[in-house]
Design a protein around this ligand. Structure first.
Ligand code: F0G
Length: 456
């Protein structure tokens, strides 16, 4: 069929109208306050689609509609997020702010699989988005609704990726952006993106949690639109990674999906997607969604160990700066997803993160340290037999390795753990290191080096 003859809608398939629902007291509302908290109990909001109860879209129609749109050339269909717009809040296509996000590859990791003794391991690489992290899938939706609400300014607190993404989408949408980042605690690469995309960038003398607290007060005092993952439109966009993954797997769910955990928006969004897909009959069983944290920023892991009823916040410390968060805003949503899907929460050490990142890199796939926690966590889940070798596992890689080149260079030069309590244990990682070699510019020197490498 020629692309021009394909319909972008199908009979009986409508784009979803929505309401806000408080995750604690269940109160429904048509509007949300500036801090996206329940007017009654102040807990977080989520977006729901009451119309699904009576006009439920047919799964077969949705599947063929979404597949056919892949051949179309208009902005909404070229976006790997808006292609799935029947499961997103309704908006006119002309109002969408997009950089053609989503459409990310699902890679095999054969060498990692072999090393783990499992037949197959898959990685969904969200670092292949326009600003090189998964944040773009949520930002396209939230920036679209910010613009529709008439905001001139949008703002976020960030460990780096959210700010890079927000700055880009704000500029695309003709809005100004205010970035609050912890001074000295984010990578230069991410900071440079925010500057490049024209954000007003403030480096605050605090950590991420301090930046987020301040932002929550700011949005109640100034006309700025809050674009952190507390904003439920962000999570609606981030849901689409699960839809795209299932499409790539021909709607056969994997057994496990493993996600890094920081502020816990992403795990909440992906879990919500799976629950909705089951509700709509797109899948008949749920994958187990597991969340992995750095041991130095393990608020969710500790909270789950203590029964999951109260957040146990921590003073965060990790070189995986993207997830250096001690007081995750979406912890209740994440606990719900772990319970609903039967997933686990694990924590991994700095050495385990560095080793896993190098192993993924050696497959020709660059990811940032926060993404590598997924492979490190899988090793632990296999050891404790939570994941069985014959099961299908998908790791969600959240950011590109170019997001934090200093980490990679320090690792390969053997400087990552210098002066830390891990210094001697880090020797175990030496076989994974490929430090650059400085040579005289002679043919002999290069051939000798090549021969030595071949023998090693
Ligand atoms: N991986 C990367 C690369 C991230 O940037 C983040 C979060 C996460 C994982 C964790 O996702 O917060 O939804 O649990 N980065 C945020 C930011 C906090 O500001 O860029 P989460």
């Amino acid at each position: 069929m020629a692309p021009s003859s394909i319909s972008t809608s199908a009979p009986g398939v409508r784009q979803a109208d929505f309401r806000f629902r408080c995750i604690a007291c269940g109160q429904l509302s048509d509007t949300a306050s500036a801090d996206f908290r329940c007017a009654d109990c102040h807990d977080l909001l989520e977006i729901t689609y009451p119309s699904w109860k009576h006009t439920r879209p047919e799964p077969e129609q949705l599947i063929s509609l979404w597949r056919n749109r892949r051949l179309l050339m208009n902005d909404a269909d070229l976006s790997g997020v808006w292609r799935f717009r029947e499961l997103l809040p309704a908006i006119d296509d002309a109002q969408i702010v997009t950089l053609r996000e989503g459409n990310t590859p699902l890679y095999e990791l054969p060498r990692c699989a072999r090393k783990l003794g499992i037949p197959r391991l898959l990685a969904k690489h969200q670092g292949m988005n326009p600003t090189s992290s998964f944040k773009d899938t949520g930002m396209t939706v939230a920036a679209t609704f910010a613009r529709r609400a008439g905001f001139r300014w949008v703002a976020c607190a960030s460990t780096g990726n959210t700010s890079a993404s927000m700055a880009a989408y704000a500029s695309r949408g003709g809005m100004r952006s205010l970035v609050l980042v912890p001074e000295g605690k984010i990578s230069w690469s991410k900071l440079s993106q925010a500057l490049d995309y024209g954000a007003l960038t403030c480096q605050l003398r605090t950590d991420f949690d301090g930046c987020l607290r301040l932002l929550q007060d700011l949005v109640l005092r100034a006309p700025v639109y809050q674009l952190n993952s507390i904003n439920p439109f962000r999570l609606e966009g981030q849901k689409t990674v699960a839809l795209e993954l299932l499409e790539q797997l021909e709607w056969s769910p994997p057994d496990h999906i493993i996600v890094p955990g920081g502020n816990l928006g992403n795990s909440s969004a992906i879990g919500k997607a799976f629950l909705e897909m089951r509700e709509l009959g797109l899948i008949s069983r749920l994958p187990k969604l597991s969340v992995i944290q750095a041991a130095g920023a393990n608020a969710l892991a500790r909270t789950v160990r203590e029964g999951g009823k109260h957040l146990i916040s921590v003073q965060p410390e990790t070189r995986a700066t993207a997830i250096r968060i001690g007081n995750p805003a979406s912890w209740k949503k994440a606990v719900h997803v772990l319970e609903a899907t039967g997933g686990a929460c694990e924590e991994v050490s700095e050495i385990e993160i560095a080793g896993a990142k190098a192993e993924i890199g050696a497959e020709g796939i660059g990811c940032e340290p926060a993404s590598a926690v997924t492979l490190a966590g899988l090793k632990k889940l296999l050891l404790r037999k939570f994941v069985r070798p014959e099961e299908t596992v998908v790791l969600v890689l959240t950011g590109s390795s170019l997001k934090d080149p200093d980490y990679t260079i320090d690792f390969h030069r053997g400087e990552l753990f210098k002066g830390t309590c891990d210094e001697s244990a880090a020797a175990a990682l030496n076989p994974l290191r490929r430090p650059p070699i400085v040579l005289d510019a002679t043919l002999d020197a290069v051939i000798r080096t090549l021969n030595e490498a071949e023998k090693a």
